[in-house]
Ligand binder design. Structure first.
Ligand code: TXA
Ligand code: MG
Length: 316
C-alpha cells in the first residue's frame, strides 16, 4: 500500500475540518469533498465549491457503525447489511435521530440521512481524528467527472478548498451503492461500488428497485417541502403571511442574510423554512439573485412553491 501521508497531515486536515474549512480526502470509491456535517456554514461551502445548481442531500461519513447508530435509527435489516459490508462502499439511508445535531442543509431538510463508513485507511484515520460526521460528495465541480486521484481533485477544485489528503488512486473508482429501506425491505437507491447481486447473495435479502417500491412518506422523497405555502419574489409580507427575507427586507421574521450573501443564505435556508413552517402561515420570500448558491436556493424554493398533488383535489 502507498503511504504518502503522515500523522501531521491527518492532524492538520482534522483541525481544518473542525474549524469549518473544506478538505478533500480519498475513500475507496472516489475522493470526497469533506466538510463538517454539523455546521451549516461548512455544508454551504461544499455546495458553493462544487457550484451545484441544487441542494441534494449529502452522504455523511463516519468511522464506524457505532457512530452511524448515534445519527440514525438503523433498522434490523440495515444492521445485517452493515455487519457484512462496513467499512466499505455501501451507503445506508435511514431515519435521522432528532438529537444527532446535523446541519439541516446536509440532509436537505429530509427526515432521513445517508450514512457511509469508508474503508480507506486515510479516510478512517481522518474520521477518527475529527470525531464528527463529515459530509462528502465527490470532490469535483458539479457536472464534471468524479475524481479518483488527488491530481483530479486539484484540477477541478484548487483554490476552492483548504487542501487535499493524497492517498493515491481510489481502488473502486465508482461511488458507493446506496440502499434505503421500505419497512424492513432493502431498496436499491443508487447502483455503485458493490453490485446488487453481491449484496443479495451475502445478505440473503432480495433488493427492491426504488421505482417499484411502495415508499414510506419521507423515506425516498428526494426533497423536503414545507407544509406552508410559499410566495416567491415578494418585496414584503401580505396580511397573514410570515416574511423570509434576504438583504434589505423590513419586517422579515427571519432574514437569510441581511448583507445579501448567498452562501450565508444557503447555510440558513432549511433551518429557516423549518422554523417558519411551525407557524403554519403562508411564507412570503424575498427575491434571491441567480448567482452562485442563489441558483440552488431558487431551485429549492421553486420546488417548495410548486403546485402539489393535493392542490388538484378539494380534500384536506
Ligand atoms: O462513494 C461515495 O458515496 C462518495 C464518496 C466521496 O464517499 N460520496 C458521494 O456522496 O457520492 P454524495 O453526497 O454525492 O451522494 C449524494 C447522494 C444523493 O444524490 C442521493 O442520491 C443520496 O446520496 N442521498 C443522500 N441522502 C439521501 C436521503 N436522505 N434519501 C435518499 N437518498 C439520499
Ligand atoms: Mg458526484
Amino acid at each position: 500500500m502507498t503511504n504518502r501521508w503522515s500523522e501531521r497531515d491527518i492532524d492538520a486536515a482534522a483541525e481544518a475540518l473542525r474549524r469549518g474549512a473544506l478538505v478533500a480526502f480519498p475513500t475507496e470509491t472516489v475522493y470526497g469533498l469533506g466538510g463538517d456535517a454539523t455546521s451549516d456554514e461548512a455544508v454551504a461551502a461544499i455546495y458553493a465549491a462544487k457550484g451545484r445548481p441544487e441542494f441534494n442531500p449529502l452522504i455523511l461519513h463516519v468511522a464506524d457503525a457505532e457512530a452511524a447508530a448515534a445519527i440514525a435509527h438503523l433498522p434490523d435489516a440495515a444492521q445485517a447489511l452493515t455487519e457484512e459490508f462496513w467499512p466499505g462502499p455501501l451507503t445506508i439511508v435511514a431515519s435521522l435521530r432528532a438529537e444527532a445535531g446535523l446541519s439541516r442543509l446536509a440532509t436537505a431538510g429530509l427526515p432521513t440521512v445517508a450514512l457511509r463508513v469508508p474503508s480507506h485507511p486515510l479516510a478512517q484515520a481522518l474520521l477518527r481524528h475529527v470525531s464528527r460526521p463529515i459530509a462528502a460528495p465527490s470532490a469535483n465541480p458539479s457536472g464534471r467527472l468524479s475524481p479518483t486521484s488527488a491530481d483530479h481533485v486539484l484540477a477541478g477544485l484548487a483554490g476552492r478548498i483548504e487542501g487535499v489528503l493524497d492517498g493515491g488512486t481510489c481502488p473502486v473508482g465508482l461511488e458507493s451503492t446506496i440502499i434505503g429501506f421500505d419497512g424492513d425491505h432493502p431498496v436499491m437507491l443508487r447502483p455503485g461500488g458493490i453490485a446488487a447481486e453481491v449484496i443479495e447473495a451475502r445478505s440473503g435479502m432480495p433488493l427492491r428497485e426504488a421505482g417499484k417500491a411502495v415508499t414510506a412518506p419521507g423515506q425516498l422523497a428526494s426533497h423536503y417541502a414545507p407544509k406552508s405555502r410559499l410566495r416567491l419574489n415578494a418585496d414584503a409580507a401580505e396580511v397573514g403571511e410570515v416574511f423570509l427575507g434576504f438583504g434589505t427586507a423590513p419586517g422579515a421574521a427571519i432574514n437569510l442574510s441581511p448583507t445579501g450573501d448567498v452562501v450565508e443564505a444557503a447555510a440558513h435556508l432549511f433551518d429557516a423554512l423549518h422554523q417558519l413552517d411551525q407557524a403554519g402561515a403562508p411564507i412570503a420570500v424575498s427575491p434571491i439573485p441567480e448567482i452562485g448558491l442563489g441558483r440552488a436556493i431558487n431551485d429549492r424554493l421553486r420546488r417548495a412553491a410548486a403546485p402539489r398533488p393535493e392542490d388538484e383535489e378539494a380534500c384536506p
